[in-house]
Design a protein around this ligand. Structure first.
Ligand code: AMP
Length: 214
């Protein structure tokens, strides 16, 4: 099963993507996580991505598309995957559609986790991330067992630079301009599923699995 998660930054698509990956035993592929791992590792790709990310802007398509197409060619993607944070522009979506069709494949679902902007700003200020293993939490909606400590690896949790309020506003503007058009793109492709992302995370997950099946 090949799934795309759509939705504004902070809509909860990353949390849902991880739960989908676990239930259906497919890899969770987050372009944001790949960039952050590269920044941490000090790679050339990481250096290119960092300045865009810190300003709430998108990393250019020429960097992002190749990286993602490489990742989905790996052996662990043979039974499908859930994409979280890709595509984020129409050219990215078109490249993905083209690359898959050349292999006789297509995406199965694009799940839009729908949350109004007002709710996003409140939510993102409560987000905490583990920069070591990529786990994400929310101080109200999905808190770690011990305050500010990652349940998975025990590292200290942080408010990511790109989750700070001034950057969130910029990311929302970028989302509306560049990413929201993908909703119509995947609606036209006949694979769009919209879920109400204002519900609690288990309810949202149930709405998703009702569509994807057991
Ligand atoms: P995320 O963790 O998905 O919220 O992504 C964090 C940041 O990484 C974004 O604000 C962008 O700067 C960058 N990024 C992640 N995925 C993409 C993408 N598909 N295209 C361009 N930039 C991306």
């Amino acid at each position: 099963m090949k799934i795309i998660m759509l939705g504004a930054p902070g809509a909860g698509k990353g949390t849902q993507a991880k739960k989908i990956a676990e239930k259906y035993e497919i890899p969770h592929i987050s372009t944001g996580d790949i960039f952050r791992a590269n920044i941490k590792g000090g790679t050339e790709l990481g250096m290119k991505a960092k300045s865009y990310m810190d300003q709430g802007q998108l990393v250019p398509d020429d960097v992002t598309i190749g990286m993602l197409l490489d990742r989905i060619s790996a052996a662990d993607c043979a039974n499908g995957y859930v994409l979280d944070g890709f595509p984020r522009t129409i050219p990215q979506a078109e490249s993905l559609t083209k690359a898959l069709s050349e292999r006789g494949e297509k995406m199965d679902y694009a799940i839009d986790v729908n949350v109004p902007d007002e709710a996003i700003v409140t939510r993102m200020s409560g987000r905490r991330a583990c920069l070591s293993c990529g786990a994400t939490y929310h101080i109200v909606y999905n808190p770690p067992k011990k305050a500010d400590i990652c349940d998975v690896c025990g590292e200290k949790l942080v408010l990511r630079d790109d989750d700070k309020p001034e950057t969130v506003q910029k990311r929302l503007t970028v989302y509306h301009e560049q990413t929201q058009p993908l909703i119509a793109y995947y609606k036209n492709a006949g694979i769009l599923v919209t879920v109400d992302g204002t519900k609690n995370l288990n309810e949202v997950f149930k709405d998703i699995t009702d569509v994807l099946g057991a």
